[in-house]
Design a protein around this ligand. Structure first.
Ligand SMILES: Cc1cc2nc3c(=O)[nH]c(=O)nc-3n(C[C@H](O)[C@H](O)[C@H](O)COP(=O)(O)O)c2cc1C
Length: 402
């Protein structure tokens, strides 16, 4: 995120909604990501939050009126509009949406939208009756016709006490929408199926067999693919991570459930990335009651789980689609093992994880992986955050997918 937004000039319009206070977090996060944020507030917005808050957070002057004393000298509306890389309007009120839909220009925010020719992201927030009203819906439709992107508000409890659609989306969702404006859309039109996380193989109602996978790498791959324009289906074993915004989540527990979910979606996918750490084995017998401590040794029979990648590789045979990417977690002989698995499982690409290093593999926020493609070309990627690592893996996949 830091590198993607660094130096980007973002004009941030705030309207008179009860959600205006949430814009403070957004501005703070954008500034943290090194974007240059200029805030413009409608007159109504200043009744909800002080301009001083945004001046402090952005480190810049906040614009509130068209006729401020030096407005004429600076030609504020033209300069601000001309210089920005993106115009974010959040929260966008029904009033401002109506104004923009009809080309009104009676305050600085609406003038700036008309005067600029940059990408506009509109984040509506209002009572659900206001949002669902035909007038608002027709106005939002018009905005989309003008080429603005409207981000549908969330369903939930609203400030007025009602339950319904109209709540401003959270920062994580907004962040993805903003970042995707500056991201090449080279996965547009592609359906990507990703597996992530560990599996839990129950032995009795209290105990299970699992592994140290956190899901961080698979979730980063899903988030980046979504950002780059793909439709993303994420099949995840138990993980503490929030689902990436906009992906279709399928939660599973066991290797068998993972197998069933992947096979059910496989046909619709253009690219399959199996980043999950599926248990190779599961207990042969699942006990209905908790096994009592007896003080003596017990034997646990383990039976193999289906090798999902191998099954997919076999199904694919000589077909071109879907492009098949596997992950291998290795503690020694990484490259040899990777090559063997690539061939055995008929993969287009294998990503080899070193699980011994402290900065890499399970649970870490960073990763250092090696890639071997279907032509046996080996590429070692540098140690990076899992998100940057995901970017580089997708670069490789996009190349192979051409
Ligand atoms: C307490 C309060 C909360 C409001 N919340 C919203 C809101 O969430 N969304 C909205 O569209 N209008 C809301 N309004 C109405 C707007 O403030 C009003 O339509 C105003 O004219 C909007 O002006 P602006 O679009 O120029 O900011 C609220 C009004 C009040 C008094």
């Amino acid at each position: 995120m830091k590198t993607l937004l660094a130096g980007k000039k973002i004009l941030f319009g705030i309207c008179g909604s009860i959600a205006a206070y949430k814009a403070a977090e957004w501005v703070r996060e954008l500034v943290k990501a090194e974007a240059e944020v200029s805030v413009v507030m409608t007159e109504a917005a200043t009744h909800f939050v002080s301009g001083l808050t945004f001046a402090s957070l952005s480190g810049r002057r906040v614009y509130t009126g068209m006729f401020e004393k030096d407005a004429g000298e600076e030609m504020t509306h033209i300069t601000l509009a001309r210089e920005c890389d993106l115009f974010v309007i959040a929260p966008a009120t029904a009033q401002t949406i109506a104004k923009l839909a009809h080309g009104f220009a009676d305050d600085l925010l609406s003038v700036l939208v008309l005067a600029g020719n940059t990408k506009v992201l509109v984040f509506p927030a209002m009572n659900s009756n206001m949002y669902c009203h035909k007038a608002t819906q027709a106005n939002l439709f018009k905005l989309q016709e003008y080429g603005y992107t409207v981000i549908e508000p969330e369903q939930g409890k609203l400030a007025c006490g009602d339950d319904g659609v109209g709540r401003l989306v959270d920062w994580k969702t907004a962040r993805e929408k903003i970042v995707s404006v500056f991201t090449r859309q080279d996965l547009q039109g592609q359906t990507v199926l990703i597996s992530a996380g560990p599996t839990w193989e129950s032995y009795d109602p209290a105990r299970l067999l699992s592994n140290r996978s956190s899901g961080k790498m698979g979730y980063a791959l899903a988030r980046v693919a979504k950002r780059r324009g793909a439709r993303v289906i994420l099949v995840s074993g138990p993980s503490a991570i929030d689902p990436p915004p906009g992906v279709e989540m399928i939660n599973v527990m066991t290797g068998i459930e993972m197998h069933d979910a992947i096979l059910a979606k496989y046909e619709s996918a253009d690219i399959v990335v199996m980043a999950a750490a599926v248990s190779d084995y599961r207990p042969g017998k699942k006990m209905k009651q908790k096994v009592k401590k007896s003080g003596t040794s017990i034997e646990l029979e383990l039976i193999p789980n289906p090798d999902i990648l191998k099954i997919l590789g076999y199904k694919k045979k000589k077909a071109i689609r879907p492009l098949l990417v596997g992950f291998a977690a290795e503690s020694k002989g990484h490259v040899e093992e990777g090559r063997r698995k690539l061939k055995e499982k008929n993969l287009d690409l294998i990503v080899i994880n070193d699980i011994i290093g402290t900065d890499t593999g399970f649970g870490a926020d960073t990763n250092e992986v090696s890639l071997i493609d279907r032509n046996y070309q080996l590429e070692k990627l540098p140690l990076r955050s899992k998100e940057e690592c995901a970017e580089m893996i997708w670069d490789k996949i996009v190349n192979l997918n051409r």
